[in-house]
Design a protein around this ligand. Structure first.
Ligand code: PLP
Length: 281
């Protein structure tokens, strides 16, 4: 019912988006998706740091400081009574007659809403399937911008082929999934693409790498190929809404024995404890 528009809590039914909003016309904007557990925002600092990096990378000036944005988001959660869910936050370059150069004097438009969302418990215990697709995106995949057409097309192709998600590769080098990062396990070692310009620097990815370190699970932030993926013992995706998600089939073939593996389970367990710790705080 309630959302944030500019810097105010307003009723959703009172929000009017201009046809001149550059987010609407050009996809000229940036966003974040936050996870909420027990009414608290998970990893807020990391999300706001990424928002700032994305704003810098797209030359968009944040209209408010991140501490006050966070306070507003917390007010929104209280107002809506969301306990377990997500917050969607987006900032566009504002409204102006359609022309590519940045408009002089346009104010960025900020909007945010939250919703209740159950954790995907069943999929996390059973695992999901994926297909591999060419990563046709630009070379700044580290920026979380509104331009998600490649992600939308990839997800749709996965769905049409009867799979749950798409795993992208550039000339055979695996980058990430269409809305998550991807990690493989071989001989007990976790491998994942380094956090450079070719992938989104996932907050969940960072949490999982931190947990792996704590559990003394060896990790190599080194890209792997489709061939290496084909011989992986385990594979999993990481993301704000999917958490640590086993991927048990790729292109119609089982990964390892086709069941979520022991390293994936261990990391899921540790992630569960992170959430429990947040609830206790
Ligand atoms: N990669 C892509 C392309 C994404 O859209 C996302 C967002 O969910 C992720 C990775 C995972 O990032 P995070 O863990 O911050 O949700």
């Amino acid at each position: 019912k309630w959302m944030i528009w500019h810097h105010e809590l307003v009723l959703r039914s009172d929000v009017r988006v201009s046809p001149d909003d550059r987010g609407y016309v050009f996809g000229d904007g940036i966003y974040e998706v936050f996870r909420v557990y027990d009414g608290r925002i998970f990893e807020p600092e990391a999300h706001f740091e990424r928002l700032i990096r994305t704003a810098e990378g797209t030359k968009l000036t944040l209209p408010y400081d991140t501490a006050s944005i966070q306070r507003r988001l917390e007010e929104l959660l209280d107002r809506e009574g969301v306990r377990d869910g997500t917050i969607y936050l987006q900032i566009t370059r504002g409204e102006a007659p359609r022309a590519h150069p940045f408009p002089a004097g346009a104010e960025p438009n900020l909007m945010a809403y939250c919703k209740e969302l159950a954790r995907p418990s069943e999929a996390m215990s059973r695992g999901i399937s994926a297909v591999t697709l060419d990563d046709i995106r630009w070379l700044r995949c580290d920026l979380k911008t509104l331009n998600l057409l490649p992600n939308v097309l990839a997800k749709q192709e996965a769905v049409e082929r009867g799979a749950d998600d798409a795993i992208w590769h550039r000339s055979g080098t695996v980058t990430e999934c269409s809305a998550s990062n991807v990690m493989m396990v071989k001989d007990g070692i976790v491998r994942t693409h380094p956090a450079n310009h070719l992938i989104l620097h996932g907050i969940t990815r960072a949490v999982v790498l931190r947990l792996a370190k704590r559990l003394e699970v060896p990790v190599r932030e080194e890209a792997f190929t489709l061939e290496e993926l084909a011989s992986a013992d385990e594979l999993f995706g990481t993301g704000t809404t999917i958490e640590v998600m086993p991927i048990v089939g790729v292109d119609g073939r089982p990964v390892g024995n086709g069941q979520p593996g022991p390293v994936t389970r261990k990391l899921q367990q540790a992630f569960e404890e992170e959430i429990a710790a947040l609830r206790r705080r």
